[in-house]
Design a protein around this ligand. Structure first.
Ligand code: ZN
Length: 283
């Protein structure tokens, strides 16, 4: 542990200097009960995420998605922020963060007290109509899905971080999806599917944050997906130091000057305590 401890202390020193940009991934939410796509080995699990093309073009794929997502929402919707999320919010409160960028769609940064979070891949709690653009709340949609499917009650299933649950096609029989109450159009969670691009405004905002950072702090991301890895590449190119706290293998290794391979729910509160103590002494 002393080897990890030394690195945690070094990280706290970096964070105390301020202008930190946090880039978080699924590993930050695993301690809230939301499983990662990849285990500590970094090997992808069997789940195939929904693609935008399949969702919009294939009614059966869409029905399968909503049935599984309706099931998965029980886990995602009930998830609570963990000590890692709260520690990030604390660092923000201390004025040490330049920004928070997340690849997660669970809203747990905000639930943990953070503000102004750039949600690269959107948020499962929001629904949008693909035809008229009307936004609506997930809770409302869940009520409508429950009413439309009063007898849908499959057993416990494996849940993925995008809210998708494993479910046999046999269990889908008769599942009814619901449409936009305004125009009857197609509803979709306000999240970026595979095959969809992250809205340019979010990407440019993120690059802007990273460009002015003193430290890019990656939390719980294996950086397998380019949508997150590109910020690490940019930081490294611009000479901005990169720190990674992640359990298991990460593709950011060649670019990071500090890596802590330990649970985020333990490391981040230590960093926050360490930094808070420094501030208490100074003020
Ligand atoms: Zn509509």
């Amino acid at each position: 542990m002393s080897y990890v401890q030394g690195r945690v202390d070094e990280l706290a020193g970096w964070v105390a200097e301020g202008d930190v940009v946090v880039l978080s991934g699924a590993g930050l939410s695993t301690e809230s009960g939301i499983p990662d796509y990849r285990g500590p080995s970094g090997v992808a699990r069997k789940a195939t995420p929904m693609t935008y093309q399949a969702f919009t073009r294939d009614p059966i794929a869409r029905r399968r998605y909503w049935a599984r997502s309706h099931l998965g929402w029980r886990t995602i919707g009930d998830a609570r922020p963990n000590d890692g999320h709260r520690a990030v919010a604390r660092l923000q409160e201390l004025g040490l963060l330049r920004g928070i960028i997340t690849q997660n769609v669970d809203g747990l940064h905000q639930a943990g007290g953070a503000r102004d979070v750039v949600e690269l891949h959107g948020n499962l709690a929001r629904i949008a109509c693909l035809d008229c653009g009307a936004p609506s709340a997930r809770a409302e949609l869940e009520n409508r899905l429950r009413q439309a499917n009063p007898y849908f009650a499959p057993g416990a299933a494996e849940i993925n971080p995008d809210g998708d649950a494993e479910l046999d096609d046999g269990e889908l029989d008769g599942f009814r999806t619901v449409d936009c109450t305004d125009c009857g159009g197609m509803l979709k969670p306000d999240v970026v599917y595979f095959g969809e691009t992250v809205p340019p405004g979010r990407v440019s905002r993120s690059f802007e944050l990273v460009a002015g950072a003193r430290t890019l702090l990656v939390l719980g991301s294996s950086l397998t997906v380019m949508s997150g890895r590109r910020f690490v590449l940019r930081a490294a190119k611009d000479g901005i130091r990169v720190a990674i706290v992640n359990q298991g293998v990460t593709r950011g290794e060649p670019y990071a000057s500090l890596i802590v391979d330990a649970p985020l729910g333990e490391v981040m509160p230590q960093v926050a305590r360490h930094v808070s103590a420094l501030y208490a002494v100074e003020t």
